[in-house]
Design a protein around this ligand. Structure first.
Ligand code: HEC
Length: 141
């Protein structure tokens, strides 16, 4: 009788413990994907310049030379390319969210995934450049 009840206790303790651990791990992973990723590249003049160079060659055709979303190649697209200079961020305004949309693209739109074409470091340079275009929205990492 005593032994049995102790076994029941320890089984539920183990269950509770693993549930707790699972919750912690899940929460940590959640954090990673919801914008807690820090931009590892400082928005230095050289990073922004590197981002601009890439932007001019790969992005301006759609998003426009100044980022207004008015590039010639984007005119026929639906949805049209985003204005990157306003405060309206359809896919989120944190560095990590801007990084993610450039890396993964936006399905069913003209916004392709650049993750396999542009090295990670350069995507962060692009993030820094894109940020430098618009009004200073809440800078979060
Ligand atoms: C072929 C046209 C095209 C090109 C080239 C292109 N984009 Fe886009 N981009 C789009 C479209 C269309 C959207 C809107 C997607 C949506 O509405 O979900 C978009 C959305 C975005 C967004 C999200 C804006 C927001 O409001 O959340 C960012 C950031 C962005 N593009 C950056 C870039 C960068 C950086 C490049 C170059 C590496 C690039 N784009 C190249 C068409 C393009």
């Amino acid at each position: 009788m005593r032994v049995a009840s102790r076994r029941v206790w320890s089984t539920s303790a183990v269950a509770a413990l693993s549930l707790g651990l699972f919750t912690i791990v899940a929460a940590a992973q959640q954090k990673q994907t919801t914008g807690a990723v820090k931009n590892p590249v400082a928005a230095s003049p050289s990073s922004i310049a590197a981002g601009k160079k890439l932007y001019d060659s790969q992005c301006a055709s759609c998003h426009g030379a100044a980022g207004k979303g008015d590039g010639k190649a984007g005119a026929m697209l639906k949805p049209t390319p985003s204005d990157l200079t306003d405060t309206d961020w359809k896919h989120g305004q944190t560095d990590a969210e801007i990084f993610t949309i450039i890396r993964d693209g936006s399905k069913q739109t003209g916004m392709r995934a650049y993750g396999s074409r542009i090295p990670t470091n350069d995507i962060w340079n692009l993030v820094n450049y894109v940020r430098s275009l618009g009004p200073k929205t809440t800078k979060s990492h």
